[in-house]
Design a binder for this molecule. Sequence first.
Ligand code: GLC
Ligand code: GLC
Length: 659
Amino acid sequence: MTGPNDEGRITDVAFEAQLSLQRILPRLESVWQAETDTQLQREFLNRLHLHWPDLFAILLQLYGTRYDFFYHIEQILLTAAQALRDRPEPLQELDRQRINDTTWFQSQELTGGALYVDLFSENLGRLREHIDYFKNLGLTYLHLMPLFAVRPGDNDGGYAISNYRSVDPRLGTIEDLRLLADDLRKVGISLVLDFVFNHTSEDHDWAQQAQSGVREYQQFYHIFPDRQWPDEYEKTLREIFPTVRRGNFTWHDGMHAWVWTTFNSFQWDLNYRNPAVFRAMAEEMLFIANTGVEVLRLDAVAFIWKKLGTGCENLPEAHLLIQAFNLMTRISAPALAFLSEAIVHPDEVIKYISPKECQISYNPTLMALLWESLATRHVSLLVRTLSHRYRLPTGTVWVNYLRCHDDVGWTFDDADAAAIGINGYDHRRFLNDFYTGQYPGSFARGVPFQHNTITGDMRISGTLASLAGLEQAIEKDDETLKELAIRRILLLHGITLSIGGIPLIYLGEEWGVLNDYDFVKDPAKAGDTRWVHRPKMKWEFLDDLDDRIRSSRGSIRNRIYRSLQRMIGLRKSMAAFYGAQMELFDPDNEHVLGFVRSHAGSRVVVMANFTEEPCIVSGNHLRTAGLGRFFRDAITSEELPTSEDLQLEAYQILWLQRI
Ligand code: GLC
Ligand code: GLC
């Protein structure tokens, strides 16, 4: 049924999807030829029939106007089939389990850790020796910072990848990675790795081919002969690393052309308008998945699609692309979940979160506002924001963190701030002053990152302990200040462990690692202050955690570690902490955050005091809010009747269970 002039125009996408699939399927046969076990092929076909209509619709939308569209979709399906064919048996088994348990990551038994392999244990082989350490702390999720082959010299902490299929030889081999993933899986720890798909290093094979003039590979990137288009784009772009270079383009002498480089000049942005790029990166993604990764951290998701006249961040096509990658995993690696790294405005962060896109997301707004509340001693902006921004679609979850390998940026919404009488611009200045220790009375020892002298914008580097006051307290050798800093650290952990979602610890935090200013001695790191909070693990410090060494009892490291370890254990045992559903309640005290967690008939009331002064919450108020009459605090085991007012000590957090 066609009209006179619409030959070739698609009116029924579902029908065309089926027709294309029928045409392509015989060409996929070759992949299965050597396969004696037909179960896998059957599973492939089932999943393909289930997900192809959606995948086709997206690919059609992104690439349907290309004359060679059909060639590309065929290549994409070959990639999917081959990847499943190459998938190791234990992972196929995991796929089968996870298809029936798509929200395994909601469990309160999950707690994450993140680390740089070289800084933690030198290499992958030696990392395996520390699996007991992760287990003892209670981790069930381990994010290894990028460990693939990188360019020589500065490599942006592994984010300038020159080969997605080989491990940086200083860290080991792909085989070491597989062995590690297996060992972790056996003890219930899920491996998390990055998918750095917005850019490759300038020395990746594709970029090298582009440099030597191969036009097919020049089309993998955004390369311009002169300033005409770059200047047009610049009108609406922001600068991510303004102290590295002004603008978003880098001149390449050899090619005599400008290359799009959002981040460092050696990180070339990929051009996803080219379907060959989607296919090539899908192949790399599935290769990484097949090493045994269970969660893939989608790096710099906001930047993957460019369009003239826009900020080239968070564009609708970026979402479509991620959905297309997600569908590839549903077909060829369904055990895999996506974690979105969108450190952008909260209105945009939420758009990446869905079972069809990223099931898991960093929660940069909570992170920023916990630090904000510590600085101001008021929870009003935090509460205002959580009240309409915490809820997530069913089947998705937050990753709640305090520090990570990156800087702290003040990504709250100016309208949220204005609603409670705060000017966003001034407040960010205050926070930057506070966390760089400039503000009178500040406890923090942060370091500026990417100060943009034109816009005044700045972010903050520093470890959790240094930002929370421990560095200053130790330097002043002041017992009261040390005590307050430790309590701040535990307060923040107490929140990320209870508020709903996967708590993620940047390893070192668990015993209060301080800033390490020695990074400036390494020329490949000196220009990037984020290295101040990426220190090398000092294993001798762990003696301090060893209870058998008597003199160490009561040391700061020991206290932070033991308290955190205990809270992680408690979290696992508290069913109310499942998932990310959280209800705020008003403790009627501007310094105290209050929320309720409930799941499967069990309930916990959490209250957290953000000041160094004791705070009173009226027992009557709790009772009349229907929260209960008698509580036990899971953290201290203390019993608290609401017939009396509740007193929270300086920076105390309560996890109240009804008795
Ligand atoms: C992400 C990473 C950051 C890196 C950037 C470029 O934001 O977290 O460390 O610099 O992407 O890859
Ligand atoms: C980008 C990333 C953010 C990171 C920053 C690097 O903004 O999205 O995650 O913190 O670059 O500093």
